[in-house]
Design a protein around this ligand. Structure first.
Ligand code: PEP
Ligand code: MN
Length: 411
């Protein structure tokens, strides 16, 4: 094991425990006070609140400033027997936006019955939240510098700054190509910097891969950023989830387990957050079932709004591994296009899709990769559907407001 210490690692035990770790231990009795956006963390309002809480000697308080996509949220966690703390009094105190009792389910990633707003994040200049949309394109696995450069050059032409690039590959057969590993990272990062790529989604299979990525990014002078991908095969590899969660250097793309219920996958994802890293995107990638035939997996993108309702996380879809082929419907659109549209129209915030300049030469998943000639059309199609989704949201908000107004008049 190398001794590289990643920056931002939260301490997990004893007096150095972070608020999230403590909340986790006591959460059946925990409460969160969310402060108004303009409240100074070192100011009078928070002091007044802490003075008031000091009269409950069994209650511990911890505060955390969480940098969301659009604002910094100051949250104060109350740990201990909170049942006799009067919510109404707290809610009336200056600077308090709301007070939430935390249920046991998805304690940190959850919305707790709609009481908590979503929390996005900005990484290397790119914003990820339940409001934004980012398209990640690239090969299943990195092979040659020439292919990677062609990919990046074409992405730059269509204005994409987010890529997918497999370097460590978990393969069903031990005889298949398992990725170039650390050796390709120097030239991969350099090329990414050359073409203005800001974030590369890259799967990691064990903790040391995170350290290798960190080391090589540092050596290269940080020309790009990496989002650590936890693949479907590792969806319940709890030690890997804890490793990804106990560093704050990289955000994490958690892919749903191919044979796991949504609940089990969300609970596994909670492991990452419970270790301290809440910069997580949850990815739907289809579930394994013969009922999905002839697609590679049964497309589960109907769960996009469900995950957005249950959690505070942005939601990604992976149409490539869901469909697994380039079959085309009689209307002229490939199933990958159709399925992408289904996820985006349901509100997906990110899409992960495989492209390769020479799919016939790809070392992994070439049969399902779109080509450079298909990139411009794909991006235009995705943008069209995203625009349509935003219009639908607008229309829904107007309808809700109209009905509410009507109801008030009739009451
Ligand atoms: C991938 O995205 O490269 C991948 C292997 O996906 P999954 O883990 O969803 O199979
Ligand atoms: Mn693949």
């Amino acid at each position: 094991m190398k001794s590289v210490k990643l920056t931002g690692l939260p301490d997990q035990h004893g007096p150095f425990e972070g608020p999230m770790q403590i909340l986790w231990r006591y959460s059946t009795r925990a409460m969160i006070i969310i402060m108004k956006p303009d409240v100074d963390p070192a100011g009078q309002e928070i002091q007044q609140l802490l003075d008031y809480l000091a009269q409950f000697p069994d209650i511990q308080t911890r505060s955390a400033g969480i940098r969301g996509a659009s604002r910094v949220v100051n949250e104060i966690y109350l740990i201990g027997p909170t049942h006799h703390v009067p919510i109404e009094t707290l809610e009336r105190m200056p600077g308090v936006e709301k007070v939430v009792r935390v249920s046991s389910k998805y304690r940190q990633i959850g919305r707790h019955g709609g009481q908590l707003d979503e929390l996005g994040f900005i990484y290397n200049g790119v914003e990820f939240s339940q409001e934004t949309f980012n398209c990640f394109t690239g090969p299943c696995a990195v092979d040659t510098p020439d292919n990677v450069e062609t990919m990046f050059r074409n992405m730059q032409k269509v204005g994409l700054v987010t890529a997918r690039m497999g370097v460590y590959k978990p393969r069903t057969s031990p005889y298949d190509f398992q990725g170039h590993g650390q050796s390709c990272l120097p030239w991969l990062f350099e090329l990414a910097g050359k073409y203005g790529i800001k974030v590369i989604a890259m799967e990691v299979l064990k903790e040391i891969h995170i350290e290798e990525i960190y080391e090589e990014l540092e050596k290269a002078g940080r020309p790009t950023g990496v989002m650590l991908q936890i693949g479907t095969r590792n969806a319940q590899n709890f030690e890997l989830l804890k490793a990804a969660g106990s560093q704050k250097e990289f955000p994490v793309l958690y892919k749903r387990g191919m044979g796991l219920s949504l609940e089990d996958s969300l609970n596994a994802c909670e492991y990452i957050a419970s270790e301290g890293n809440r910069n997580i995107v949850f990815c739907l990638r289809g579930v394994q079932s013969r009922l999905g035939d002839p697609h590679r997996n049964l497309v589960d993108f109907a769960h996009v709004p469900v995950v957005k309702r249950l959690t505070r996380l942005p939601v990604c879809i992976d149409p490539t591994h869901s469909v697994g082929s380039k079959d085309r419907a009689p209307d002229g659109l490939m199933d990958i296009f159709h399925v992408s549209a289904q996820g985006i129209i349901a509100g997906a915030n990110m899409i992960l899709v495989e492209f390769h300049p020479r799919p016939e030469m790809a070392l992994c998943d070439g049969h399902q990769a779109l080509t450079m000639q298909e990139l411009e059309h794909y991006v235009a199609d995705v943008e069209l559907v995203r625009k349509c989704y935003l219009e639908r949201v607008n229309m829904a908000r107007q309808a809700i407001f109209k009905n509410w107004h009507q109801g008030k008049k009739e009451a």
